[in-house]
Design a protein around this ligand. Structure first.
Ligand SMILES: [Fe+2]
Length: 370
């Protein structure tokens, strides 16, 4: 007899299947509007939410996924998808329901990596929200930028590569996910670096524009790039790569308006223009490694990146004058990210005690202006 528990599949197992390219059909049963906010890449949509909620036994009669591979149903928190998995099981499918739904899938992650000479860069990606963090290793030491997952994820990667995490840092005070940098600092005994004079309420080791952060045989140069936020900082790895946070993405630039009134946002978009100009004048073949991407990250092991040259060709806004750029960004401000005021306040404070990150972080990622 099949029990409810037999029908459940957890996030780790499904992410493992995707990473190993094990064939699976993922059927998203949420209403269309929710799917437009965020989804699992490659999933199909079954527009049957109301029927499933009403226990209609024919809710999925129109759905005919491939018969010989497993089917995983997904909804917001894993209850309606369980009904969908039951219906598919009755029809003979090897069906499962994603336990915890999208709220749990928020923490599904994968990696992509590359070498720049003898420096290894691993991009650690939270798939659904497109949150990108980095662990950069040289010899037996590593630096982590924008930790966005449980500290164990980074500690395990460091261990597998023979690295000690020497420094941790954030490119800025994030407003769309809870930074795990402080937790990682205490779990790894790494030094927590933050650009000097940053408006945060926890103790940190200040770094200044132009300073070199040395680890192993490598160094990252600190570049203060205000605009998206006042403390926004980028990190340059020689002529090879620049970790740009939310200053420059592969499909746009960071929004300048969060926690700013109109005049402040205009001023910040001008600052962003000047910061971008500084970055765009670095080595044209340097790879831009941002903190976000606007689409869910597939389990494809391909780095989310582009060279300065490629991004200049692709993004018209990078060729505007300062005034045109400010007008353009101000005219394309997207809706604010869910719970951004609370998330930014907690990140400024450096603690999310009393809050459940999964509740605050669910939903779309809206940091870019494209
Ligand atoms: Fe941001």
């Amino acid at each position: 007899m099949t029990t409810t528990e037999d029908l459940k599949i957890d996030v780790k197992t499904l992410a493992g299947w995707l990473a190993k390219k094990i064939p699976v059909t993922i059927v998203d049963v949420r209403p269309k509007a929710e799917r437009e906010e965020w989804l699992i890449p490659g999933s199909l949509h079954a527009d049957a939410y109301d029927k499933l909620k009403a226990d209609d036994p024919h809710a999925l009669d129109d759905l005919n996924p491939q018969a010989d591979i497993p089917v995983v149903t997904v909804c917001g928190s894993g209850r309606t998808s369980l009904k969908a998995a039951e219906l598919l099981k009755q029809r003979g499918y090897d069906a499962y329901s994603l336990d915890g739904g999208m709220k749990a899938w928020n923490y599904a992650w994968n990696t992509a990596e590359t070498m720049f000479h003898d420096v290894k860069v691993i991009q650690v990606r939270r798939s659904s929200k497109g949150v990108l963090s980095y662990i950069i290793g040289s010899a037996d030491e590593a630096v982590v930028i924008d930790a966005a997952l449980d500290p164990l994820v980074y500690l395990d990667i460091a261990k597998a590569n023979g690295w000690t995490i020497r420094y941790v840092t954030d490119t800025h005070v994030h407003a769309d996910f809870i930074s795990r940098t402080r937790e990682l600092a205490s779990a790894s005994m790494a030094k927590h670096l933050v650009i000097e004079k940053a408006n945060v309420e926890y103790p940190f080791t200040p770094v200044r524009d132009g300073q070199l952060i040395k680890f192993g045989n490598a160094a990252l140069e600190v570049i203060h790039t205000p605009g998206h936020t006042l403390e926004s900082t980028s990190f340059r790895l020689d002529d090879d790569a620049i970790f740009t946070g939310d200053t420059l993405f592969v499909d746009g630039v960071g929004r300048p308006d969060l926690k700013a009134n109109h005049d402040e946002a205009v001023e910040r978009s001008r600052m962003l223009f000047r910061s971008l100009n500084q970055l765009l004048n670095l080595n044209q073949n340097a790879w831009i490694l941002p903190a976000h991407t606007s689409v869910a990250v597939p389990f494809d092991n391909n780095l989310v990146t582009g060279t300065i040259k490629i991004l200049k060709e692709k993004l018209d806004m990078l060729r505007l004058s300062e005034t045109e750029f400010a007008d353009y960004t101000m005219s394309r401000i997207p809706p604010t990210p869910p719970n951004y005021l609370t998330i930014a306040a907690l990140n400024r404070q450096g603690s999310h005690e009393g809050y459940v990150p999964a509740d605050l972080e669910a939903g779309a990622n809206r940091c870019a202006i494209g």
